[in-house]
Design a protein around this ligand. Structure first.
Ligand code: ZN
Length: 269
């Protein structure tokens, strides 16, 4: 008598590589999966002077910060995934002898607007020190300023922070936790912002490793992947349709293994 072992295998298409050809579309050759570029989470959202966030935009998954913080202002927040990743990064840095401190985190539109207008009144012009309301990476809830102990005692931040071991550790390891250096030293002409070795932005691990691995600004990455999709669609692809098809899970399967080692795979209806 045959004994049957039954295992239900639920294979999600999402777990595998993107096989756009299966859907009659051109091969998907971009190094990141389409779901990352779909950006449902908002993790790769580009925010700058040309890409403003709405004054009403408030992330819906902000959590109170739980990492080492200089001011410990009650109610300071970051988006949940960014906060969790930051805690992992802080622990890893500390294990390597690099003690990090959070400074600025999520900033509401109204706060940014107040800061901007204050600066404008004091200096008499927009000198680029305070970001225009809606253009701040801090409004995403994914951007944070991180310093070492020495720099927490200074009144301001300058690119010289980049020479510290903590900043160098962050540049070398932040992508492993899903962060990028948002404003790089040689990208000032593209970002419009000075080198800010302290400003990290959460984009998710896959995107971060690609962006940092290719030394891109978020602006260059954004332009690159939009151009890839435009070209891929011009060759017959349909991005929305690809995402829809990939979101349909494969039917669960039942795998029978007999004691003779035979296998039968049948659809589980
Ligand atoms: Zn910042």
């Amino acid at each position: 008598m045959k004994r049957l072992f039954c295992t239900i295998l639920t294979a999600l298409l999402l777990a595998g590589p993107c096989l756009a050809e299966e859907f009659g579309m051109p091969a998907w050759e971009y190094p990141l999966e389409p779901e990352i570029l779909e950006n449902k989470s908002g993790y790769i959202t580009l925010v700058n002077r040309d890409h403003l966030l709405d004054s009403t935009y408030v992330p819906d998954d902000l959590v109170t910060i739980s990492a080492r913080h200089i001011y410990a202002i009650k109610g300071d927040k970051l988006r949940k995934a960014a906060m969790q990743a930051m805690n992992r990064m802080f622990a890893a840095a500390e294990a390597d002898g690099q003690v990090l401190y959070l400074k600025s985190v999520y900033r509401a539109y109204s706060t940014q607007s107040y800061m901007y207008n204050n600066r404008l009144n004091n200096v008499g012009r927009d000198d680029g020190v305070v970001a225009y309301p809606g253009s701040s990476d801090h409004q995403t809830g994914l951007g944070a300023d991180i310093l070492n102990l020495e720099w927490t005692k200074k009144s301001g931040m300058t690119p010289a922070f980049g020479a510290t071991s903590e900043a160098q550790w962050m540049e070398a390891h932040c992508a492993e936790y899903g962060f990028i250096i948002r404003y790089m030293e040689d990208k000032e002409a593209i970002t419009g912002i000075i080198y800010e070795p302290w400003h990290l932005r959460y984009v998710g691990v896959e995107a971060a490793q690609y962006i940092m691995g290719h030394h891109l600004s978020l602006e260059e990455f954004d332009e690159e992947w939009h151009a890839y999709i435009a070209d891929w669609e011009a060759r017959g692809g349909n991005f929305r349709e690809l995402l829809r098809l990939r979101a349909i899970p494969e039917p669960a399967q039942v795998l029978y293994t007999t004691d003779e080692g035979e296998e039968e795979v049948s659809l589980f209806n």
